[in-house]
Structures are given as structure tokens and as C-alpha cells.
Design a protein around this ligand. Structure first.
Ligand code: ADP
Length: 408
């Protein structure tokens, strides 16, 4: 009789078995982890989708070629295209952009292109622009564009944008109010001016020294108020687009010289050394003389205001044959504009920190008005400045089409 006695495992066999069991346990763990991971991913995806859907702003995600990979519901509502219609399309083509005047903005000037090409532009809130809907209607927009980076490389862009029609309407109403109020204020201010002048002329009797001093203060204060109200009126007209340019043949040398002469009192008072350089070959240009005087006057009075006593100011005109333009340059040895505030110099009501204490009467409106006038005349206005060293403003004006009679 024989018995099948179970054979005892060899040590090697036991080791194999342990290895197999360990491997099985490891695989189970990995599978369990993967299950948890995919649950997590799914959960995250659902949350992300809910977040994107709840955003009131239009949102579009593009790949690095600018093709749309995702749009949210607000996007569909705002531009009228459904997600299915635009996915895979180039965003720049799917949603064209126009400037205020209705010109289509070229692709390379769109913020999205700039961000895709690596330029660090995130917000586009300054220039008003419009997006064109599927039905070709348009709405004013403000947008924020952010790059999507993977290991430091741009793999796409996210843009959020919103319809700012309401804001624009409120802004317009505000501007209309300022325009109306400043217009109405001019009449009583003229009356004060007129009667103060009459009193100061002595026509209605003599005043003692104190009375005359007080009257002069009233007169000066009123003059300042008149120029502030005029500046506000100009700003509101510009913002409303009702500022009309009336170009006419203009002798720019004469115009600049007249402005310089008008400022003579202030130049002498501050003992400023003024030099002028006007070559005789400067031709007549086509420009709105009144508005151009305003620009030159602002630049010159700033140069005087923001230069300490005994400083220098130089004014020059030059003809640029290559561009058929006239370049007006005004350089001072004054306080300069701090580097970190230079990008705000042409914004409404902005005054740099370094001059606020030195000149308390400024309004921060002059350069905004000047820039709007120059931009609307097809010219350019820019500056270079170094704090405590001085500032140079450049004003470049097109010659324009001058009638034959004035070209000699
Ligand atoms: P305002 O002179 O009434 O303040 P502007 O709009 O003419 O307003 O100028 C805006 C600001 O630009 C000034 O407050 C000043 O900070 C700066 N600025 C302009 N011109 C000069 C200059 N020549 N030198 C230094 N700062 C200047």
C-alpha cells in the first residue's frame, strides 16, 4: 500500500510563491490607485466644467495655433456661435475684432496673437474695441488674455471677455453731464471776469491797496476756473467724439513763436534760459491752428512749470523730408517724469508724484487733450524723460495736403 504524501515545498518554490503573491498585491494596489485617480480626475473635470459654465464672461481656450479648443456658454450667448460651430476654428477668424471707427483689427495686432507669440500682455482694457457676432452685429468688449504654460512653453491661451455696452452708456451719460455743466458754468464765469476787469481798470472808482490785492486774487482765481472749465469741456467733447478739427494752411513757425511770446512773462519770472531754433525752410502745413496752438501751449507751459528757476528750455522745429512731416521738439532741464509713471502720462487726470507738491494748480488734463488732438490729426506725440534731468517732448505733424497757393 502506498500513500501520496504531500511533497514539501522547496525553499525556492516558497520564495517564488511569495513573489507572485506580492506582485498580485502590488497590481491590486495600482488598480485601486488608478480607480481613485480616475475618480478624482472625473470629479475635478465636473467641478471645472461647472466653474466654467457659471462664469458670466465669455471664455475661449485656444491651442498654440490659435484654434478654439473650448468655449463656455457665455461665449455662445455673447457671440452667437455654438461650441460645435467654432471648435477647431481659428478664434481670430471666428470672432473678428473692430476698432471704434469700424476698422477690422489685423490678426497680428490682436492681443491673443501677441500673447501666443510670447509677449506678456494680459489685459486689454484701455483701447475700446468691438467683437463681431455671428449675425454681424457688434458689441464693445473688454478682455483679459492669459497664456497657458507647460514647462515654461506656451501651449495655448485663455481669453475672457465681456460686453461693456452698459458701462459705455453710463460713461457717455457722465461725459454729457460734464459737457453740459462746464458749458453752463462758462457764462457766470465770464460775467465775473468781465466785472472784475472793470473794477480793476479803475473806471468805477479807486480801491485801496488791500481791496485791489483781493480783487486781483478773485481775478486770478476766476481765470484758473475758466481754464479748468474749458479743459473739462474739451475733454468731454473729445470723449463724446464731438471735437471737430478744422484744418487750414498754417504757418507753424508763426504759431510756435506766438505761443512762446505769450509765455514770455512766465519764462522771465522763472529766469529760464529759452532757446529757439526755427529753420526758415519749414513749409506751411495743413492743421487746425487753434487746436495746434493749444497743444504747443500745453507743452511749453509744462516745460516752464516743471523746470526749476534758472533752468533751460529749448524749442525747435525741423522738416523731415523722409516722412514729409514737421517735427516740433521741446526739451527742458526740469524735474523729469519718474520712470515707473511714464506709461500713464497721457491718461486723463494723471499727475506724477514728483511734481504734485511743486505745482498745486495742475489738472492732469492738458496732455490727455493734447494727445487726443494730435492722434486725431494723424500726428504723433511722445517723450523721453529722466527724473531730475529733464524731459523732451516730440510732436510730429503730417504736412497734409496744402492748397497750391500756400506751397511757395
Ligand atoms: P498738468 O500739468 O495740469 O498736471 P498735464 O496733462 O499737462 O497736466 O501733464 C500731466 C503730468 O505730466 C504732469 O502733472 C506732470 O507730472 C507730467 N509732465 C508733463 N510735462 C512735463 C515736463 N515737461 N516735465 C516733467 N513732468 C511733466
Amino acid at each position: 500500500m502506498s500513500f501520496n504524501t504531500p511533497r514539501l515545498e522547496t525553499a525556492q518554490e516558497s520564495a517564488y510563491k511569495r513573489d507572485i503573491e506580492d506582485s498580485q498585491a502590488a497590481i491590486l494596489n495600482v488598480l485601486e490607485d488608478q480607480k481613485l485617480d480616475s475618480e478624482k480626475i472625473l470629479k475635478k473635470k465636473v467641478i471645472d466644467e461647472a466653474i466654467l459654465a457659471s462664469i458670466g464672461d465669455g471664455l475661449v481656450v485656444v491651442d498654440k495655433e490659435g484654434r478654439i479648443t473650448y468655449v463656455n456658454q457665455a461665449f455662445e450667448k455673447l457671440v452667437g456661435w455654438t461650441s460645435a460651430e467654432v471648435l477647431g476654428k481659428h478664434f481670430l477668424e471666428a470672432v473678428p475684432r473692430e476698432d471704434e471707427k469700424g476698422n477690422v483689427v489685423p490678426f497680428n495686432e490682436r492681443i491673443l496673437s501677441k500673447v501666443l507669440s510670447g509677449e506678456v500682455v494680459v489685459a486689454d482694457l484701455t483701447n475700446p474695441f468691438y467683437y463681431i457676432r455671428k449675425d454681424k452685429s457688434r458689441f464693445p468688449t473688454s478682455s483679459i488674455v492669459t497664456s497657458i504654460l507647460l514647462d515654461g512653453e506656451i501651449i495655448g491661451v485663455v481669453e475672457t471677455f465681456r460686453d461693456i455696452t452698459k458701462e459705455k452708456e453710463i460713461d457717455k451719460a457722465k461725459t454729457e453731464f460734464v459737457s453740459l455743466a462746464s458749458h453752463q458754468l462758462r457764462t457766470p464765469l465770464s460775467t465775473i471776469n468781465w466785472y472784475t476787469e472793470m473794477l480793476l481798470s479803475g473806471d468805477v472808482g479807486k480801491f485801496n491797496a488791500d481791496q485791489e490785492r483781493y480783487l486781483k486774487e478773485i481775478y486770478r482765481g476766476n481765470k484758473r476756473m475758466v481754464s479748468l472749465v474749458n479743459a473739462l469741456l474739451s475733454v468731454s467733447r473729445m470723449d463724446l467724439g464731438t471735437f471737430v478739427l478744422e484744418p487750414e494752411p498754417t504757418d507753424i513757425i508763426r504759431l510756435v513763436q506766438t505761443v512762446v511770446d505769450e509765455q514770455k512773462f512766465h519764462i522771465d519770472r522763472k529766469k529760464i534760459a529759452l532757446s529757439t531754433h526755427f529753420p526758415t525752410a519749414i513749409p506751411i502745413i495743413q492743421a487746425d491752428g487753434k487746436l495746434l496752438s493749444m497743444v504747443v501751449q500745453n507743452l511749453l507751459s509744462n516745460a516752464i512749470k516743471y523746470t526749476p528757476e534758472s533752468g533751460t528750455v529749448s524749442v525747435s522745429l525741423a522738416l523731415r523730408e523722409d516722412t514729409k512731416t514737421v517735427l516740433f521738439t521741446i526739451a527742458d532741464s526740469g524735474y523729469g517724469i519718474p520712470q515707473n509713471q511714464q506709461d500713464r502720462i497721457f491718461t486723463k487726470l494723471f499727475r506724477a508724484d514728483n511734481v504734485r507738491g511743486k505745482d498745486t494748480e495742475g489738472t492732469g488734463l492738458g496732455l490727455y487733450i493734447a494727445k487726443s488732438i494730435v492722434d486725431n490729426s494723424g500726428g504723433r506725440l511722445w517723450f523721453e524723460s529722466k527724473e531730475n534731468h529733464g524731459t523732451t517732448f516730440y510732436l510730429e505733424l503730417p504736412r497734409g495736403t496744402v492748397p497750391d497757393a500756400f506751397t511757395e
